[in-house]
Design a protein around this ligand. Structure first.
Ligand code: ACO
Ligand code: OAA
Length: 371
């Protein structure tokens, strides 16, 4: 394709799920600030799927369902050992593992509403367990089952690290999950909608979306931000490093956004968490370098940090391996992908745009010996 609009500004339809107006982001009418400051991730998932916040009973039942489905079978755990090792990126392993979930679901091809909801709960419940299992399997460590005493964010950290996380760590993870849950028609959500608009199943939609999220122009940017911070190494190297990026016309990861031109409303929470956690972790320079990078780019290019920029130092401070940053994003965004998949099914039409042809014309087949 030579045309390069990237579908900028194209409205593909109506949606009730999330809205971006200027720098205001809402999920089902609730301000992101309100949810980031008050909500548990499980409440947000319920909200995105059912269009209202759960009451006490609904939340209790939903959490129980998520917990009940969070276990991985011994067969699945064993299978990971056959395809997960240090040479495989965890996003690739996750893409395979989510696709594999369909193999162990006898009703994977049942496209009824009830079956789709059940499949959705199964995916949302198992995805943190899968990420944790991938993280531990490649280190040769035992896979840990979820703890019935813990909620979603706490269990995720527990299953990854093998020890009870602190309240500060759980709060940081919960907030990060809430902030990443949905974001209108971002690239991976669009991919999920295109897939299920063919009336393919929810496993296919989420698997495809994971592939789209993996790229460094989208969810993969958070891992690249950490790589950049490590390459820069110290505060005094920031200016020359960024200048070199400008000279080479290279992008600085975690900066800029297709929709937000005045700043990403999620970034301030991640910035605040990054400041506190890097300080507590004894690595305040990571935060200071990030602030300096952001300042230079704002002054020189008028571009601002997106959700991926400060999440890198947040996850690093939580002791998470850098190539697991994007899988964490996937755990959260699965909730948004699934909400959009439900919405697509509710009022479906095949998504099939056109391209303007600009290739050769009037060609004639030449036998191979004449070419
Ligand atoms: C969860 C998420 O997906 S958030 C986004 C995560 N991705 C990143 O952080 C990767 C870095 N950022 C980018 O690549 C871009 O800002 C995008 C892809 C996110 C969105 O930008 P787009 O609307 O597609 O803008 P596009 O890539 O066309 O860039 C427009 C101009 O801004 C510049 N620009 C945009 N982002 C950056 C950046 N991060 N660093 C340096 N320059 C940039 C481009 O070089 C281009 O300049 P030019 O007009 O002089 O050629
Ligand atoms: O909306 C986008 O294009 C990217 C983004 O910020 C997200 O997916 O959270």
């Amino acid at each position: 394709m030579t045309g390069n609009s990237g579908l900028e500004g194209v409205v593909i339809g109506e949606s009730r799920i999330s809205s971006i107006i200027g720098t205001q982001l809402t999920y089902c009418g609730y301000e992101i600030d309100d949810l980031a400051e008050n909500a548990e991730f499980e409440e947000v998932v319920f909200l995105l799927w059912h269009d209202h916040l759960p009451n006490k009973e609904e939340l209790k039942a939903f959490k129980q369902e998520l917990f009940d489905h969070a276990f991985l079978t011994d067969e699945a755990k064993g299978f990971y050992t056959t395809f997960v090792d240090k040479s495989v990126h965890p996003m690739s392993a996750l893409r395979t593992a989510v696709s594999l979930l369909a193999h162990t679901d006898a009703t994977a091809e049942d496209q009824s509403e009830e079956a789709t909801l059940r499949k959705a709960i199964r995916i949302q419940a198992k995805i943190p367990s899968i990420v944790a299992a991938i993280a531990r399997t490649r280190e040769g460590k035992e896979v840990i089952d979820p703890n019935p005493e813990y909620g979603y964010a706490k269990n995720f950290l527990y299953m990854m690290n093998g020890e009870e996380p602190t309240d500060v760590q759980v709060e940081a993870m919960n907030t990060a999950l809430v902030l990443h849950a949905d974001h209108e028609i971002n690239a991976s959500t669009f991919a999920a909608r295109v897939i299920v608009a063919t009336l393919s199943d929810v496993y296919s939609g989420v698997t495809g979306a994971i592939g789209a999220l993996k790229g460094p122009l989208h969810g993969g940017a958070n891992e690249q931000v950490m790589a950049m911070l490590e390459e820069i190494g110290s505060l005094e190297n920031v200016e020359s490093y960024i200048q070199k990026k400008f000279d080479n016309k290279e992008k600085v990861m975690g900066i800029g956004h297709r929709v937000y031109k005045e700043g990403d409303p999620r970034a301030k929470y991640l910035e605040d968490m990054a400041r506190r956690l890097t300080e507590e972790n004894g690595q305040p320079e990571l935060y200071e370098m990030s602030v300096k990078i952001a300042q230079i780019i704002e002054e020189e290019k008028g571009l601002l940090p997106n959700v991926d920029f400060f999440s890198a130092s947040v996850y690093h401070s939580l002791g998470i391996a850098h190539d697991l940053f994007t899988p964490i994003f996937a755990v959260s965004r699965t909730s948004g992908w699934i909400a959009h998949i439900f919405e697509q099914y509710e009022n479906n039409r095949l998504i099939r745009p056109r391209a303007e042809y600009n290739g050769h014309t009037n060609m004639k087949y030449e036998p191979i010996e004449n070419r």
